[in-house]
Design a protein around this ligand. Structure first.
Ligand code: NAD
Ligand code: UDP
Length: 334
């Protein structure tokens, strides 16, 4: 299939592009490089032997987007492009609503104008807010995000449901990711945000690289086995493969929602301890106040993706820690 990947030079997008190419798909990438680097295109070529067609452009530019749809015979769209920093979204909500929601609407309009039916959307476990049970299944209340970033995901999910009601020939697959970490085993691509990171693994790497003294672990008084929060960390390569599975099942599938996680909860402290035991004791930490808005525990119920898409994760926490650190070291050598 000819697949348009928006945000294809970003963290999850670049790994998905690699998996798509390795599974015989043709890929066209759109990215405005607001949180990625052009070098990633060359890294994708080094890994796969194929350089995907690339448009450096913004999804907010509707006229240019229309041209991309006219110039290519697109069979489906995987939509990663979006802003994703929770704290920033609280400070500049309009930028988040504009970028994430208008960008998506522009894409959907182009799909409608060109009679393209297949759309895979990057949603997030943050739509579940504070879940009333774990593991969380796809029918749990899902309009519950606690910040503007998360609300863009809730709103886009609702927009997709409305478009599907109006035109049930669309195939919309909504993937709710849990916590992607790790990197490609080559060490060539991984998470490399512009600016100071605020997610856990990029911060662990910063400390391991010596750029920060200590990791601050936010809260050790939660009602969990070691007092730190619990998350469902998923290797980005497994997550990328989930998108290939989603595409394989998309024809005539209608609107479907899947959790993509491992189904296993790991505490923040367990992750840090694993990182230190796999890579040498590189990360000092201390415990500080809870971070406002943090969900104490969340991990996925994964049966639906397993039964309907045949999706199962293969890589474990040690792989995630090893591959993240390998990427970090390779990046700093290049
Ligand atoms: P990322 O920032 O690494 O990748 C997003 C890419 O989109 C970047 O390369 C950025 O330059 C591009 N982009 C942003 N706005 C754009 C626009 N208007 N036009 C064109 N390009 C634009 O993020 P990621 O971690 O790869 O996340 C991909 C998607 O998955 C996002 O939608 C994110 O919200 C979602 N998601 C991520 C996580 C996570 O923890 N990483 C979890 C759940 C959901
Ligand atoms: N976290 C932490 N120190 C950091 C960054 C994150 O202790 O520097 C914790 C955070 O409190 C949360 C977990 O790591 O419990 C995952 O945070 P992240 O921002 O990566 O993902 P999310 O909260 O969106 O699941």
């Amino acid at each position: 299939m000819e697949i348009l990947v928006t945000g294809g030079l970003g963290f999850i997008g670049s790994h998905t592009v690699v998996e798509l190419i390795e599974n015989g798909h043709n890929v066209i990438i759109i990215d405005n490089l607001s949180n990625s680097k052009i070098e990633v295109l060359g890294k994708i070529e080094l890994i796969t032997g194929t350089k995907p067609k690339f448009y450096q452009m913004d999804l907010l530019n509707f006229e240019t987007l229309q041209k991309v749809f006219k110039e290519n015979k697109i069979d489906g769209v995987i939509h990663f492009a979006g802003l994703k920093a929770v704290a920033e979204s609280i400070q500049i909500p309009l930028k988040y609503y504009e970028n994430n929601i208008i960008g998506t609407i522009n894409l959907l309009k182009c799909m409608q104008d060109n009679d393209i039916k297949n759309f895979v959307f990057s949603s997030s476990a943050c739509v579940y807010g504070f879940p009333n049970k774990n593991p969380i299944d796809e029918d749990s209340p899902s309009n519950c995000a606690t910040n503007p970033y998360g609300r863009t995901k809730c709103f886009i999910e609702e927009i997709l449901k409305d478009c599907y009601m109006a035109n049930p020939t669309f195939n919309f697959t909504i993937l709710r990711y849990f916590n992607p970490i790790g990197a490609h085993k080559s060490g060539l691509i991984g998470e490399d945000p512009n600016g100071i990171p605020n997610n856990l693994m990029p911060y662990i790497l910063r400390v391991a690289e010596g750029k920060s003294d200590k990791l601050h672990i936010f809260g050790n008084d939660y009602d969990t086995q070691d007092g730190t929060c619990i998350r469902d960390f998923i290797h980005v390569v497994d997550l990328a493969k989930g998108h290939v599975k989603a595409l394989e099942h998309i024809n005539n599938s209608g609107l479907n929602i899947y959790n993509l996680g491992t189904g296993k909860g790991t505490s923040v402290l367990e992750l840090v301890n694993s990182f230190n035991s796999v890579n040498g004791n590189l990360v000092n930490y201390d415990f500080v106040e809870r971070r406002p808005g943090d969900v104490p525990v969340n991990f996925a119920k994964t049966d639906k993706a397993k039964n309907e898409l045949g999706f199962e994760t293969k890589l474990n926490i040690e792989d995630m820690c090893k591959d993240s650190w390998h990427f970090s070291q390779t990046k700093n050598k290049l």
